[in-house]
Write a protein that binds this ligand. Structure first.
Ligand code: PEP
Length: 251
């Protein structure tokens, strides 16, 4: 039985004041979320503030990215051990904005995944195809290539303590959502790909859907067999919407 996970990716949004209001709003309604684990991924600088505010609650938190290096002369980077030190549970790796805007490759993403896990964090590995790749009919090849970069570096066993997020790039921040059937098809493909290597790992790994998930479409997406939660961008900045998505996983 896989517990649903609803993760908020705040991206580069917020201020100390808005972070306080957002976290207070989530805390105020969290009791109505009965099944899902809720986690938030603030910008790095607000992580200590969020950690203090979430102390003693069941809401976890993580980072939106992480360095592939442990420590040293890497100006501007944040080490996975530092994130673990301030209480992060998760680190998102390979978000499509990291891949497309900052040119992060499959192999670099795999090294970040490994570094995060070695430091005690649970990586949330984002995979997903561009619109033109879907139109070319190569969605599965793209997702397989992104998954295989991690499997080739570390073996399939690492997915025993990791999360996968399927995020069709054409659905991120666009208001276009994959239909439940479109999403389920790729989620099932991912699980089958892992099952070909290790059935127990495939059965246990949480696979989240991301791409314009909102209170209006969450329930039907979350009802699909292989969709174990959501990675939420825009809607995670509004406490009521974020909580509504969490509640959609109650049943
Ligand atoms: C994301 O950034 O991971 C995401 C899914 O964004 P949105 O929900 O805004 O599409």
């Amino acid at each position: 039985m896989r517990q649903p996970l609803v993760a908020g990716n705040w991206k580069m949004n917020g201020s100390s004041g808005s972070v306080t209001a957002l976290v207070e709003g989530i805390k105020a309604g969290i009791d109505a979320v009965t099944a899902a684990e809720m986690t938030v991924c603030p910008p790095y600088v607000y992580i200590p503030q969020v950690a203090t505010m979430l102390a003693g609650t069941a809401i976890s938190f993580g980072a939106q990215d992480v360095s592939d290096q442990e420590a040293g002369a890497y100006t501007g980077e944040v080490a996975p051990g530092m994130l673990f030190d301030v209480g992060c549970k998760y680190a998102i790796v390979g978000h499509s904005e990291r891949r497309s805007i900052y040119g992060e490759s499959d192999e670099f993403t795999a090294r970040k995944f490994a570094a995060a896990q070695n430091a005690g964090l649970v990586p949330i590995l984002c995979v997903g195809e561009l619109l033109e790749e879907r139109e070319q009919g190569i969605t599965e090849q793209v997702v397989e290539r992104q998954l295989d970069a991690v499997i080739n570096l570390e073996g399939v066993g690492v997915f025993g303590t990791a999360v996968i997020a399927y995020e069709p790039v054409w659905a991120i921040g666009t208001g276009k959502t994959a239909t439940p059937d479109q999403a389920q098809e790729v989620h099932a493909f991912i699980r089958a790909r892992l099952a070909g290597l290790d059935q127990a790992i495939a059965d246990g790994v949480q696979i989240l859907y991301g791409g314009s998930m909102n209170p209006g479409n969450a329930a039907e997406l979350l009802a699909m067999q292989d969709i174990d939660g959501g990675l939420i961008g825009g809607a995670s900045l509004k406490p009521d919407d974020f909580l509504a998505i969490g509640k959609a996983a109650n049943n």
